[in-house]
Design a protein around this ligand. Structure first.
Ligand SMILES: Cc1cc2nc3c(=O)[nH]c(=O)nc-3n(C[C@H](O)[C@H](O)[C@H](O)COP(=O)(O)OP(=O)(O)OC[C@H]3O[C@@H](n4cnc5c(N)ncnc54)[C@H](O)[C@@H]3O)c2cc1C
Length: 498
């Protein structure tokens, strides 16, 4: 992917078939679906790809055991199928993960055991392995730090685990290969209309400050929690449809959960599930569900949320993690679709696709796991609504960029200087990495794995990037300052957390 070359291509395309606003899981999936069906496609992202919710997930490719409890069978079936497809198409970024559901009460084993057998059955041929009943001894062998007191045994089941921001880049690169133009740091600032119909967008290159008029037969709003803002550009009287809910994660050292198995706590005090998942040699603990009314690209974990996760996970581990043990923490916003029920945990995780009177398609909700299916449905609707000349959807079997290569390096603290320089140069030249934060947060995952270490490494990485990008000392200092401010919110104790 080359940003300057992509910008040049804008002027040589008088009209696109599809213009997608938003470069998270949803928008990127749509860009790939559209381009691979032969449509002239452009995607515009205001920050970096996956800067929003799509880099802040629990990192699970899952059917959603919780939705099964809620009786949402279709959502679970769809997600289980997509889980299987994603494992085939992106084996470098998605893997089969064993989960343990510890049982401390007599009824938990049969209750969760039966539920998980149904989950296995629903996955059919794309299943990742049968669930098993484990004795207390077998459970502790797999998860030696589980609190042994009153432990009766456990149920083991399988789901997928992945690297969200890296998958976003892989989808973007695949879409680029299929002929799509993808641009980061390119916010859509307005909609072009003719006789009350949308015929394109205004967008700005954040680095040159140049504005572009981009014409397109179809405009798709895939901006997640920001959807209402774009819908208001279309209709100033638009009533908000997104009910944002914040979920946070804490990252701690592997010693809190050695071994390869993750833990799933099926019921917290507020009726949610809680996960402890091995991820790049650390453990991710999460998540929460807090209704919020401020939408930001850098949401900040609240002290109450941190306390909630620490106290809950502490009930199940023999050594309780404390504030000092948190290597990093991150928050994401769920773009839940408003419902009558005010409690966000009860709102649907399913997606909704709408077409406005002026012809803008908006897609909201859903999960990372189902991004491909959401994209297929969106482009089907676009083809039908705008009579676009498109081929059949091919993404079920389309292998994603990097599928035949080893997993990318994302934990960079052990690399030599030469290896780091190579990685930086690759990220800048091949992956449209434009800022220090792009590199430390999403091309690698250092910020999410160990925020203090990421801050320590920031000056040397900024210098390496400056060499490749031919930037001056001023740029280096600016990048370091911006990064340090952002990264301080990934460490507990920042003044913004209350
Ligand atoms: C805490 C949490 C945990 C989760 N865990 C999981 C999980 O384990 N597994 C799973 O399957 N799903 C999970 N999800 C759900 C999943 O992460 C989301 O459904 C998905 O990432 C949403 O992607 P999106 O592209 O719709 O939104 P986003 O990723 O937010 O992307 C929208 C993009 O639009 C851009 N944008 C906004 N305005 C403009 C504009 N004017 N111009 C250009 N671009 C603009 C934003 O910058 C943003 O990058 C989780 C969600 C949360 C919050």
């Amino acid at each position: 992917m080359n940003r300057s070359a992509s910008i040049h291509k804008i002027s040589s395309t008088p009209e696109f078939d599809c213009c997608i606003i938003g470069g998270g899981a949803t928008g990127l999936g749509i860009a790939l679906d559209a381009a691979s069906r032969g449509l002239k496609t452009i995607l515009l992202e205001q920050h970096d790809f996956a800067k929003g919710t799509s880099s802040r997930s629990t990192k699970l490719v899952h059917g959603g055991v919780r939705y099964l409890q809620q009786g949402n069978i279709r959502l679970v079936m769809d997600a289980l199928k997509e889980r299987g497809l994603l494992l085939r198409n992106a084996p470098h970024l998605v893997h089969n993960q064993a989960f343990i559901v510890p049982n401390y009460k007599w009824w938990e084993k049969p209750f969760y055991g039966i539920g998980l057998k149904i989950y296995d059955k629903m996955a059919g041929k794309l299943g990742l392995g049968p669930s098993l009943f484990l004795s207390k001894e077998e459970t502790l062998e797999r998860a030696p730090t589980l609190d042994p007191e009153n432990l009766k045994g456990s149920v083991l089941y399988h789901d997928g685990q992945f690297d969200d921001a890296r998958l976003a880049i892989s989808i973007a690169q695949t879409a680029d290969e299929q002929g799509a133009i993808l641009l980061n740091y390119f916010p859509v600032t307005g909609l072009l209309k003719q006789q009350n119909k949308i015929i394109g967008v205004w967008a700005r290159d954040e680095f040159s400050n140049q504005d572009y008029e981009i014409r397109s037969r179809c405009v798709i709003n895939a901006t997640g929690v920001f959807s209402d803002t774009i819908m208001r550009m279309d209709d100033p009287f638009h009533q908000p449809m997104i009910s944002p809910s914040q979920g946070i994660h804490l990252v701690v050292d592997k010693e809190f959960l050695p071994g390869d198995s993750a833990i799933m706590i099926p019921r917290t005090d507020d009726g949610r599930v809680l996960f402890a998942v091995p991820w790049h040699d650390k453990i991710v603990l999460g998540t929460t569900d807090t209704a919020i009314n401020h939408i930001s690209s850098e949401p900040i974990p609240l002290a109450t949320e941190i306390e909630f996760i620490l106290s809950h996970i502490g009930r199940y581990l023999s050594r309780d993690p404390s504030l000092q043990d948190i290597r990093s923490m991150f928050a994401g916003l769920r773009p839940l679709i408003k419902g009558k029920n005010k409690k966000t945990a009860a709102l649907s995780r399913d997606h909704a696709i709408t077409v406005s009177d002026s012809g803008m398609i908006t897609i909201n909700g859903g999960k990372w796991t189902t991004y491909r299916k959401m994209a297929e449905e969106t482009i089907d609707l676009a083809v039908q609504t705008f009579n676009l000349a498109a081929g059949d959807c091919i993404t079920k079997t389309l292998l994603l960029n990097g599928h035949d290569q080893p997993a990318p390096v994302v934990n960079i603290d052990m690399l030599t200087e030469t290896q780091l320089e190579e990685l930086v140069s690759h990220a800048v030249q091949q992956e449209m990495c434009m800022t220090l934060e792009d590199f430390l947060s999403r091309r690698t995952r250092q910020l999410l794995l160990d925020a203090r270490l990421a801050i320590k490494m920031a000056p040397s990485i900024a210098r390496m990037m400056a060499v490749v990008m031919q930037k001056e000392e001023y740029w280096i200092n600016e990048q370091i300052n911006i990064f340090k401010t952002t990264a301080s919110n990934y460490i507990p104790g920042s003044s913004n957390q209350n």
